[in-house]
Design a protein around this ligand. Structure first.
Ligand code: ATP
Ligand code: MG
Length: 402
């Protein structure tokens, strides 16, 4: 019965010129997401609204599911479009719409209330919106005796939009919210195989930021399967963000050098500092405006305030840590909702855990860390250079909309 969707988006912060940039980006991202569905669609802006019209048969559930991956959409309204064949016919169509869209609800719950909200986008329609509301309200009360009108807080808002055709809609399926990807620059996500970093990428992308990623791989200590897991996670993030350029860095030699030359209780911190330095270098080469990590205060020894300060110190780009104040359980909930959790908990080794000390420092002193990094001075520049030169690039998640 539904042939179109009206796309609702939050309008806060999208005024003036920003508004049309926002809308155009949203249209682009919707088109991109719908390529993954069977069926043909036309996505268009019309008088400050965005519509998706189906031009062929389509799978309703699948289409809604894809639209729910598009940041910027706050609500998805399935629309039934009917021809304008006079008001008597419209009355019949509206009754039939209510029957199909809400029949079960009206039948099972006593005293359901409704309100008709008509809008004339086409001003030559012979009735005013107030008249349409009153007439259609009367017709619905006759057709469904258990219904009642409530103009303040109705259970069902029945929207009637008079355009070339007449659009009927009343359901709002929640969208993911946020801003369309591509309206907020690009960030470099440090993506590990854990639970946190994919969630961090999701959260920053939700604010309109395009995501590239870097993964530090340490063969033979980390396996091909561990790497594949990260590629898979990038693919899951890419459902929301569009294609992710995933840079894979061979990190083994750097880790071994640190292991050999630095105090073992500082291994993790020093290793994290080199990850940040390398990630920043790639970020700058690829026009990323910041780094993104899945860190959260106090989660592990390398994420105390002191450790974060030590890690942060080596970066000049801003480091975005969207999970910084969240508990693990809150992070897990987002991972479950966005579909990365099942993959994240697969039990493959991580390069951080392999060289981890029994008692890592929890309150590193930055000048001490710097001093110990001097132990690496003979080799480290060459190792970093080699790591960058042997970097592998995998584009995960198809072609791009931005
Ligand atoms: P996650 O669940 O994201 O793996 P974590 O709780 O295991 O995080 P750490 O291992 O301390 O925490 O890593 C902190 C952050 O550093 C991660 O969220 C991620 O952004 C980055 N990171 C850690 N290991 C890697 C890696 N091998 N490659 C890329 N980034 C990494
Ligand atoms: Mg990890």
């Amino acid at each position: 019965m539904f042939t179109s969707f009206l796309i609702k988006y939050a309008e806060i912060g999208v005024k003036g010129n920003n508004r049309y940039l926002f809308e155009d980006a949203l249209v682009r991202q919707i088109r991109h997401a719908l390529k993954r569905c069977d069926g043909m669609f036309k996505v268009h802006k019309n008088q400050g609204r965005i519509y998706v019209d189906a031009l062929s048969e389509f799978d309703f559930e699948e289409t809604v599911e894809q639209l729910q991956t598009v940041f910027g959409i706050s609500g998805i309204c399935p629309v039934m479009a009917v021809e304008d064949q006079g008001f008597t016919r419209l009355g019949q169509d509206v009754v039939s719409y209510m029957e199909k869209a809400h029949g079960e609800q009206i039948g099972s719950e006593q005293g359901m209330s409704f309100k008709v909200v008509a809008r004339r986008a086409r001003k030559n329609y012979p009735m005013h919106s107030g008249e349409i509301n009153a007439e259609l309200g009367g017709i619905l009360l006759d057709a469904f005796p258990s219904l009642r009108v409530d103009v303040h807080n109705p259970d069902i808002y029945l929207n009637i939009e008079v355009r070339e055709k007449i659009y009927l809609y009343s359901r709002i399926i929640p969208g993911p919210g946020g801003m369309p990807v591509g309206t907020g620059g690009k960030g470099m996500l440090l993506l590990s195989g854990g639970i946190d970093s994919p969630v961090a990428g999701y959260m920053i992308a939700k604010r309109g930021v395009k995501i590239d990623a870097v993964y530090f791989h340490a063969p033979p200590y980390t396996s091909e399967r561990a790497k594949q897991k990260v590629v898979d996670l990038a693919g899951l993030v890419a459902r929301y963000t569009g294609p992710v350029y995933l840079h894979i860095i061979q990190f083994t030699d750097i880790q071994l050098a640190i292991y050999e030359k630095c105090p073992h209780d500082e291994l993790t911190i020093i290793m994290r500092r080199y990850m940040m330095r390398i990630a920043e270098q790639i970020a700058k080469e690829t026009d990323c405006l910041g780094l993104i990590t899945g860190e959260s205060i106090g989660q592990v020894a390398s994420q105390t305030m002191q450790s974060l300060a030590a890690t942060n110190e080596v970066c000049t780009l801003p480091v975005y840590r969207p999970l910084i104040g969240m508990d693990k359980q809150e992070i897990v909930e987002i991972a479950e909702r966005t579909g990365t959790y099942e993959t994240s908990i697969l039990p493959y080794e991580d390069c951080c855990t392999i060289f981890v000390a029994k008692h890592p420092v929890t309150k590193p002193n930055i000048s001490v860390i710097r001093k110990h990094e001097q132990n690496l001075s003979d080799v480290i520049d060459g190792l970093v250079q080699t790591a960058l030169e042997t970097k592998e690039l995998i584009v995960v998640g198809g072609d791009s909309a931005v």
